[in-house]
Design a protein. Structure first.
Length: 184
């Protein structure tokens, strides 16, 4: 049983998404919701994200949405370094602040601003060690920023009890097809 899961995936720009109103955002959130509800019914207690734009913040929205039915689920945001939103545009900063304000736990792994890629590697190690699994929106045919954590998780899984739940583009396409059928 997974009590703590980390959630990660693409940032919106890697998916060609430049607005939260893009139809793909709803599909991605629906896929995340389906998995989180399944895990909640099996005893999930904590969801861990690093607060990156895209899949991680969308997952936070999903958590807030389902907490009414699954109040045991809590959200922890562990940023890789302080002020990660510093160079984001104003609307992204406002969205981020709103997500952080509702989280059950917020902290930064590195207590300084960005200095090196090592801060992301440290985040990856902590996420693997603090959770029993990972929910990742990632398609191995379309590499992007989630690749590094995904590869580390596969290695970690060889030596440890660790679940990797992957949502790939085929699964998202199936959700789109299901929605089309539902409209008939």
């Amino acid at each position: 049983m997974i009590k703590v899961i980390s959630v990660t995936g693409y940032n919106p720009f890697e998916l060609g998404i430049f607005s939260d109103k893009h139809p793909a955002v709803g599909i991605i959130k629906k896929a995340i919701k389906k998995e989180l509800i399944r895990l909640a019914e099996e005893g999930l207690e904590w969801v861990l994200i690093s607060g990156q734009l895209g899949v991680e913040l969308w997952a936070a929205e999903v958590i807030y949405e389902i907490q009414g039915d699954y109040p045991a689920i809590k959200l922890a945001i562990l940023t890789p370094f302080e002020n990660q939103e510093e160079k984001w545009n104003e609307s992204n900063k406002e969205f981020y602040d709103m997500i952080l304000s509702q989280a059950d736990f917020v902290d930064s792994i590195s207590k300084q601003p960005y200095t090196s890629p090592q801060q992301f590697r440290n985040r990856n190690k902590i996420f693997l060690h603090k959770s029993q699994g990972m929910l990742i929106v990632y398609d191995v045919q379309n590499e992007g920023s989630p690749k590094y954590l995904y590869e580390e998780a596969k290695k970690y899984k060889e030596q440890n009890q660790f679940d990797i739940i992957s949502i790939d583009f085929d699964q998202l396409q199936m959700l789109i097809e299901d929605e089309k059928w539902d409209t008939y």
